[in-house]
Ligand binder design. Structure first.
Ligand code: PLP
Length: 416
């Protein structure tokens, strides 16, 4: 690691004073990462769950190369282009119900900000004052920008030190039990005139600790939101594009959210792009003769043509290759492979949903040492807190998945 590199780069979620130098990656192929020292690692987390088709898929690379030659970028204010038009139509067709109105931006956090602004302005445009709060769920994670941080878990979340800076929101537990359902119902009724929306991660609270809930819980939230006349924002940034075994997690609950946030695997993990997609009833509140009723948001790189080309190519791959079947096959491999760890003294829990496998330690281990031992076994995973998780590419080869599971189970057995 050169002096210049370690001096100038400020790394994510990292105490720069003590952190070991990061490993230097020089190339990717399939679901592997090659390091500068020549080692090759099987990627167990698909670059923060984005690279669902593995890296360097020739179909995506070709589409991006063609777009780069034709038009790498064009501002989206007053101009449009075929890649964005096609992608918006395809997303509308894939999403359930009348989720037909697609607003592009450039990262997951911004997609959440846009969703919160849509919810806020919806009520302003309807002439209803005072609805300035969002109901969010404990354990949730929605991103690192100010609005997104305000709806992350208020106590355990990594953003708690910014509390004084953030808009105060209303938090409830996910309604897993009857008592929790009653509490949520009461919170909604009590705060209805102050609330603009609810926001939830469907089926799995990802960065909050890979906490999973059954589809009925999501369906319950949707019912309560509807009964109280509140829009439901479903953050599919982690779950979207096959991660839970269906294209979108909300499908498993049979619900049509009012607003959906997408990013990460939208481009197959190749370029940064996000979408906030609204139902017609939401969009209609902005459809007006009043210029001030327009949605006042417009990131410079929104609908970037390269990213839209990558996303269209990624959707082609979902049509041509059996990604959802692969996700479900990974689910059974993870279920079988991690089962033996359940009951070990140092293991508090093992959870699997779709192509997400997670084990929770009874106590927080030495994360750096754990990661090092896994790297020594030829796999790349990034444990956090008391969690070690796998979110491999949906296209991962059976042998690589076996290597991942074996490395994790052997290492955890030694640790536990
Ligand atoms: N929402 C969810 C559910 C996420 O998992 C993430 C990122 O992990 C985000 C929002 C934020 O996305 P980004 O890191 O692209 O801003």
């Amino acid at each position: 690691m050169s002096e210049a590199r370690s001096t100038h780069l400020w790394r994510p979620y990292t105490q720069m004073k003590h952190a070991a130098p990061p490993l230097e990656a020089v190339a990717t192929t399939g679901t592997r990462i090659r390091l500068a020292d020549g080692r090759e690692l099987v990627d167990g987390i698909a670059s923060w769950w984005t690279a669902v088709h593995g890296y360097n898929h020739p179909h995506i690379a070709g589409a991006v190369a063609a777009q780069l030659a034709a038009m790498p970028h064009i501002m989206f204010g007053g101009l449009t282009h075929a890649s964005a038009e096609r992608l918006a139509a395809r997303l509308a067709a894939l999403l359930p119900g009348d989720l037909d109105h697609v607003f592009f931006s450039d990262s997951g956090s911004v997609a959440v900000e846009v969703a919160l602004k849509m919810a806020a302005q919806l009520w302003i445009n309807r002439g209803v004052a005072g609805r300035t709060k969002v109901l969010a769920f404990r354990g949730g994670y929605h991103g690192d920008t100010m609005g997104a941080m305000s709806v992350c878990d208020p106590e355990e979340g990594m953003h708690r030190r910014f509390g004084a800076w953030l808009p105060e929101q209303i938090f409830c537990d996910l309604p897993r039990t009857e008592a929790e359902t009653n509490t949520l119902d009461a919170a909604l009724t009590h705060n209805r005139d102050r609330l603009a929306a609810l926001i939830v991660e469907p089926l799995v609270q990802g960065a909050g600790g890979m906490l999973m809930h059954p589809p009925e819980v999501l369906a319950r939230i949707a019912t309560l939101a509807r009964r109280n006349g509140l829009p439901l924002i479903v953050d599919e940034i982690f779950t979207g594009f096959g991660r839970t075994g269906t294209m979108f997690a909300c499908e498993q609950a049979g619900i049509v959210p009012d607003i959906v946030c997408l990013s990460k695997a939208l481009t197959g993990g190749t370029l940064t792009l996000a979408a906030t997609v609204a139902r017609t009833e939401i969009f209609s509140a902005f459809w007006s003769d009043d210029p001030a009723a327009a949605l006042m948001h417009g990131p410079t790189f929104m609908a970037n043509p390269l990213a839209c080309a990558a996303a269209n190519a990624s959707l082609d791959l979902f049509e041509r290759e059996p990604r959802l079947e692969q996700a479900r096959a990974i689910e059974s491999r993870l279920t079988d492979g991690l089962a033996d760890l359940r009951g070990l003294p140092g293991v508090a829990d093992v959870r699997v949903l779709g192509a997400i496998g997670c084990l929770q330690f009874a106590n927080t281990p030495d994360l750096a040492a754990l990661k090092e031992r896994l790297v020594a076994r030829g796999v790349w995973v990034r444990p956090f807190g008391d969690i070690l998780y796998l979110t491999p590419a949906l296209s991962i080869e059976a042998a690589d998945l076996t290597r991942l599971i074996d490395a994790v189970t052997d290492t955890v057995r030694e640790e536990a």
